[in-house]
Design a protein around this ligand. Structure first.
Ligand code: TXA
Ligand code: MG
Length: 318
């Protein structure tokens, strides 16, 4: 397999995007597979490279609220307060779209998902572009999201010309998606910005991370983020007697009596940020071990633990 060129050449990244080709980009959440959001052909190739169904809409990325205003027709007060507090950062807002955003980007929906990511190299690139970047996570549809350039190269390297390397994604889990309907604030996807932090700024929100496989509920597909190995989620993990064929994903300590090479511990300090940061990389590692199945344990359900459990749940729904 021929791998993509990987580097930190912003001129090259820009030229490639201006030509309508795709570039994998670093963000603080996960790596994205980016193309010019205003160029339908570029957007179409994102769906092709990812093997993503057309009913699953894309997030657009830009570097300032002024630019966001060119793409959305309304920016409600609560959305503004969230943007002021959490952009750049792991927050995606669903806002009514202007017609410059192709229907292909939003899968025909009237709203567009927008985010200002918090990554210095990417912000520099976005500042040089006069179009926003449509970018889903840079993994084949349904698989684990990539949190470094090697993850991207391993899976999509033969399909894209350039990977902009910005090191490891610090947050490690996708953005929290927030929408606004009839005065209600709705969380459509749990993610790297904790619900508590959002509620401190705008008060109570409604959780609606849809667990449907219904195309009318795009993006919140029940089965997602899945390793290739058989994957099981448990409230509490106990070792399966002398079984060398099982890999374990644990919250804060090793299981006794099991080869530690087959175990990954998300955070020995029970730190949720660290656990989120390690989640996808450890899932990938377990997926490449010579084990037949992976057993994960649910993490405590607070702060980013809610988003971690959401991803584990979807991985287990395969
Ligand atoms: O952190 C992130 O959000 C990463 C980085 C690259 O920014 N991106 C990401 O994109 O996770 P993706 O495509 O893997 O997930 C985007 C989600 C999908 O579940 C999609 O259905 C939802 O956003 N989405 C996009 N536009 C939407 C819309 N107009 N209404 C409802 N959901 C939408
Ligand atoms: Mg994704």
């Amino acid at each position: 397999m021929i791998l993509a060129v990987t580097g930190n050449d912003l001129d090259r990244a820009k030229e490639t995007l201006v030509k309508g080709e795709l570039v994998a980009i670093p963000t603080e959440t996960v790596y994205g597979l980016a193309g010019n959001a205003l160029d339908e052909k570029a957007v179409l190739s994102i769906f092709e490279v990812k093997n993503r169904p057309a009913f699953d809409p894309l997030i657009i990325h830009t570097d300032s609220v002024e630019k966001v205003m060119q793409y959305v027709s309304d920016f409600p007060e609560k959305a503004r307060r969230l943007a002021e507090n959490f952009w750049p950062g792991p927050l995606t807002l669903l806002l009514p779209k202007k017609t410059v955003i192709p229907d292909l980007v939003t899968s025909g929906l009237d709203s567009v998902a927008v985010r200002i990511p918090n990554h210095p190299i990417l912000l520099d690139l976005l500042g040089r572009l006069d179009f926003p970047l449509a970018a889903p996570s840079a993994n084949p549809f349904g698989y684990i999201s990539p949190t470094n350039a090697m993850h991207v190269n391993a899976q999509l390297g033969d399909k894209i010309p350039y990977i902009l390397d910005g090191g490891e994604s610090s947050v490690g889990i996708e953005s929290t998606i927030v929408g606004f309907e009839n005065n209600e604030t709705i969380i459509y996807r749990l993610g790297g910005l904790a619900v508590d932090d959002i509620e401190q700024v705008i008060g109570k929100v409604t959780l609606m991370p849809n667990s449907s496989s219904d195309p009318k509920a795009p993006g919140m597909l029940k089965s997602h983020y899945a390793p290739r190995k058989a994957f099981f989620l448990r409230n509490k993990v106990i070792s399966e007697n002398g079984n060398e064929q099982t890999g374990y994903l644990l919250f804060d300590k090793y299981l006794e009596g099991v080869n530690i090479e087959n175990q990954r511990v998300l955070s020995f300090n029970a730190n949720m940020q660290e656990a989120a940061h390690n989640l996808f990389a450890y899932l990938r590692e377990l997926d490449t071990l010579p084990v037949e199945k992976i057993i994960a344990e649910r993490v405590p359900a607070y702060s980013l633990g809610l988003a971690i459990n959401d991803r584990l749940q979807r991985a287990a729904a395969h």
